[in-house]
Design a binder for this molecule. Structure first.
Ligand code: NAD
Length: 260
């Protein structure tokens, strides 16, 4: 039970981040939501989560590519909910092109959002965690933090970097009540992956269902998507006291992807 704790989940208006935020709310944690989307839909999401689980839910619209906005978000969490106890660095984007065709601004955006934002949130949240001698940092990396795929230079570089940051964070907090770990999901059917399904369907002239199967059969031996709920359960475990000696791990939940 995480009641009395505050979980900040970046990029939690959609997909995996939303699944993780829901699971933390279900455990009784207060939640800071973040991410883009329709203002009315986000209001509703915030109110529904608070009502369903009887916790406080606040929202901050910081753009994870902007350090000043990240700083404002952490201050907001301090002011509204007494600081960040559980930090989930989840916001992320994807872009697919070969290196020689990769747009420079896409490279910069992916490195900023998928990697540098986790450095900024961590450096700003750690002092509060150290004061309480308790904290959890959970970085959403990817199987692409462990292995590569063609066409994903920026994403793979950022996710490998995020695992490096995770290990350093784990060592710097090793003798404290703070742990730093990463989760490495395989394919999860979120808007980020639906775009790749659509591209595959268009490229090969196949249906949506066939494109999903094709994407999975390339990489994911289970032939099934991982779900945001399953990832939420893993994040809750990493936040639990039972996981206090899990430090610097890159925990894959990937239908067997990296076992190959
Ligand atoms: P998604 O597109 O469904 O959600 C991404 C979230 O991040 C949204 O809430 C979006 O608003 C937010 N976001 C995007 N840019 C932002 C910015 N600049 N500032 C603040 N918020 C921003 O994607 P998802 O699949 O749920 O991905 C979440 C994380 O999981 C990402 O880090 C992704 O790399 C990782 N991941 C996804 C998969 C997958 O198969 N879907 C697999 C492995 C890892």
């Amino acid at each position: 039970n995480l009641s009395g704790k505050t979980a900040l989940v970046t990029g939690s208006t959609s997909g995996i981040g939303l699944g993780i935020a829901r699971r933390f709310a279900a455990e009784g944690a207060n939640v800071v939501l973040n991410g883009f989307g329709d203002a009315g839909a986000i209001d509703t999401l915030q109110a529904d989560l608070a009502k369903e689980f009887g916790v406080q839910v606040v929202y901050h619209n910081a753009d994870m590519s902007k350090p000043a906005e990240i700083e404002a978000m952490i201050k907001f969490a301090d002011d509204k909910l007494g600081g960040v106890d559980i930090l989930v660095n989840n916001a992320g984007i994807q872009f697919v092109a070969n290196i020689e065709d990769f747009p420079i601004e896409k490279w910069d955006a992916i490195i900023a959002i998928n990697l540098s934002s986790a450095f900024h949130t961590s450096r700003l949240a750690l002092p509060g965690m150290r004061k309480k001698n308790w904290g959890r940092i959970i970085n959403l990396a990817s199987t692409h933090g462990l292995v590569a795929s063609a066409g994903k230079a920026a994403y793979v570089a950022a996710k490998h970097g995020l695992l490096g940051l995770t290990k350093v964070g784990a060592l710097e907090t090793a003798t404290t009540g703070i742990t730093v770990n990463a989760i490495c999901p395989g394919f999860v059917l979120t808007p980020l992956v639906q775009k790749q399904v659509d591209d595959r369907a268009a490229k090969d002239g196949i249906s949506n269902d066939e494109a999903k199967k094709a994407l999975l059969s390339d990489k994911q031996p289970s032939g099934e998507f991982v779900t945001p709920e399953e990832l939420g359960a893993l994040a809750v475990f990493l936040a639990s006291d039972a996981a206090r000696q899990v430090r610097g791990a890159a925990w894959n939940m990937d239908g067997g992807w990296v076992a190959q």
